[in-house]
Design a protein around this ligand. Structure first.
Ligand SMILES: C[S@@+](CC[C@H](N)C(=O)[O-])C[C@H]1O[C@@H](n2cnc3c(N)ncnc32)[C@H](O)[C@@H]1O
Length: 246
């Protein structure tokens, strides 16, 4: 399929902008990661997009993690996947409380820390966006990502205070500094950039891309290619939409 042909199947479930969805699709199509891990399924729109962009070669899979309560979404992930031919390619794993537990399960399945064969080629981190959850998730993901693989972080500028879905009680509980800090950005600055296993962080709008080193040097060429049909204007529009909460 193509981006234009898969879009109508997921448009009512899409939580990211079409412009960003197109970049994600182009990146996966170009890089052909065999094993993709997604943190944050929601209604499954980006899981379906990535599965379509992977093509239908054998041994391709998207493993997507969320909480069981995401099934209350309309449409839910299983309904969205049922519209597509990718039922066997997408592994939906829903935790009771947090994907941190499921990441532990994946570590058990694929060998614990230091495994010589980490399974994933690309990880899309689009879940909690908080320091405590995704800071730890980054270290777990690192154990599961092969050298040369990529991580994409969503919502670099997101804050608890700026999010319409943050319960007011939580803002009081965390205090003003934690509420107003862009926590994904803090994860990038304090954990990812200084990490000796990763190349430079490429920030584009509210997304940030980073490649795990494999001894052959890193290149931003795959990111350039994925964005090449888009202009700065698209990035700004996407960022503004996020900032005003739509
Ligand atoms: C922005 S949505 C994901 C959107 C999806 N990637 C897309 O673009 O179609 C974020 C999702 O992360 C999930 N999430 C947030 N924190 C989580 C956690 N600790 N464990 C599991 N899922 C979590 C939420 O339930 C929500 O469905």
């Amino acid at each position: 399929m193509t981006f234009e042909s898969v879009l109508p199947l997921i448009e009512d479930a899409l939580l990211t902008s079409k412009e960003q969805a197109r970049v994600l699709y182009a990146f996966v199509q170009e890089q052909q990661p065999q094993e993709i891990l997604e943190l944050g399924t929601a209604s499954g729109a980006t899981a379906v997009l990535m599965a379509d962009a992977q093509g239908n070669g054998c041994n391709r899979r998207v493993t997507t993690l969320d909480r069981k309560h995401c099934l209350a979404r309309k449409p839910n992930v299983h309904e969205v996947i049922a519209r597509t031919p990718f039922g066997d390619q997408i592994d939906v794993r829903l935790a009771h409380r947090s994907y941190l537990w499921e990441l532990g399960q994946l570590l058990k399945e694929h060998g614990s820390s230091g495994s010589p064969n980490p399974p994933y080629d690309f990880v899309f981190m689009d879940g909690a966006h908080t320091w405590d959850i995704d800071g730890f998730a980054f270290y777990l993901v690192d154990q599961l990502l092969r050298p040369g693989g990529w991580i994409l972080f969503d919502d670099v500028h997101w804050t608890l205070a700026g999010s319409p879905s943050t319960p007011p009680g939580l803002l009081t509980e965390v205090g003003p500094e934690e509420a107003s800090t862009a926590q994904v950005k803090q994860i990038l600055h304090l954990l990812v950039k200084p990490h000796p296993s990763y190349g430079p962080v490429e920030e584009r709008g509210n997304w940030a891309w980073v490649q795990k080193l494999d001894g052959e040097g890193t290149s931003s060429a795959p990111i350039e290619t994925a964005y090449k049909q888009r202009g700065v204007k698209d990035d700004l529009v996407a960022l503004l939409k996020k900032l005003i909460g739509r």
